[in-house]
Design a protein around this ligand. Structure first.
Ligand code: SF4
Length: 336
């Protein structure tokens, strides 16, 4: 269901703005929808009260848990496969320290060469309530939810209206601190201006992977063609206006973007930026010719970047043993 349809339904049931606000609070908090019934000043109109069981059913049916895949890598991560109302599947990952990683699309059209999700193409966009439903389910299950990262299946730019609506819900009635909502994207210069116009400004993880325009378009075939340096400029402006440092994402691939020239370009482009460079050694992807550099090479790479003034770190993805790490999601029950 679209948010606009839910709002109309509430208005038809006699809900005033205050009732809508309270109901969305309960909805996004994963709490019973009747929690504000009986409050002297804000009690719901009768028609709305009577419709609460129907609305509860509607909320709970947006995503249905089909499979849990606990990781045994010691990080307490959990991969979850959800079935949507049309039978399609998406994946969510519960990460350590109360982070929930949600999907924004079924599949993805960008087709990054190092990503399992991109291999199957795009099936459909998620609606904002379906994106939020993954967080709502985590809350209903008692999972700690301190931070949401929109970093699962999908590219936000290709489903921007729904993604922005979901962010507005999460940072509004969902009560997440805005900095604790992280939008992951291949980015575009225009996106950063759009984000500055939003009531809820999320933090951003910008997927760079290469600073050479040709290599980047090869690795991320359907990403916008904005030059990487222009993207970094726009991202840096956003970081300075919003106050949230950018997380520059760099999947480290042996022989592709871990070379001396990559290091030199990164040092020039990212020193003194308001952000951190996350180097993610590539996770294994079925049928991919790429692999991660050896551990020692990754450590040497990051050490030299730090010496060059780039705030950087190596990020090992949690959940790789159950194929729930970065680039491994594919929304299939069969994965194990
Ligand atoms: S890495 Fe992200 S943008 Fe690229 S194909 Fe995978 S899901 Fe899509």
């Amino acid at each position: 269901m679209e948010l606009i349809a839910l709002r109309k339904c509430l208005a038809d049931l006699g809900a005033k703005p205050v009732h809508e606000r309270l109901l969305l609070r309960s909805w996004l908090g994963g709490r019973p929808l009747n929690e504000y019934v009986g409050h002297p000043k804000t009690d719901y109109p009768r028609a709305l009260r009577e419709a609460l069981p129907f609305l509860e059913k509607l909320r709970n049916g947006l995503v249905r848990l089909r499979k849990k895949r606990p990781s045994s890598d010691g990080t307490c991560s959990m991969g979850l496969v959800y079935e949507l109302q049309d039978g399609r599947m998406v994946e969510t990952v519960w990460l350590p320290r109360g982070t929930v990683c949600v999907s924004t699309q079924v599949g993805c059209a960008v087709g990054c060469l190092f990503c399992q999700t991109g291999k199957g193409g795009l099936e459909r966009n998620l609606q904002s309530l379906e994106i939020c439903a993954q967080v709502v389910d985590a809350r209903r299950e008692g999972q700690p939810c301190k931070r949401v990262v929109l970093m699962g299946m999908g590219e936000a730019l290709h489903n921007l209206p729904a993604v922005l609506e979901a962010i507005d819900l999460l940072g509004g009635p969902g009560f997440f601190p805005h900095k604790q909502i992280t939008l992951s994207t291949v980015g575009s210069v225009n996106l950063f201006s759009r984000l500055l116009e939003q009531r809820v400004r999320p933090s951003v993880a910008l997927s760079l992977h290469s600073l050479d325009p040709k290599t980047r378009s090869w690795l991320l075939p359907k990403a916008p063609e904005d030059p990487p340096l222009a993207l970094i400029e726009a991202a840096d402006d956003y970081a300075r206006s919003s106050g949230w440092p950018i997380q520059y994402q760099w999947t480290l691939i042996k022989g592709v973007n871990d070379r001396e020239e990559d290091l030199q370009h990164l040092a020039q482009a990212l020193a003194k930026r308001k952000g951190i460079l996350n180097l993610i050694p590539m996770n294994p992807v079925e049928g991919s010719p790429f692999e991660a550099p050896e551990d020692a090479a990754c450590v040497a790479f990051v050490r030299r970047l730090k010496r060059a003034g780039v705030y950087s770190s190596i990020r090992k993805s949690a959940g790789s043993d159950v194929k729930a790490a970065c680039g491994q999601l594919r929304g299939k029950l069969a994965t194990s």
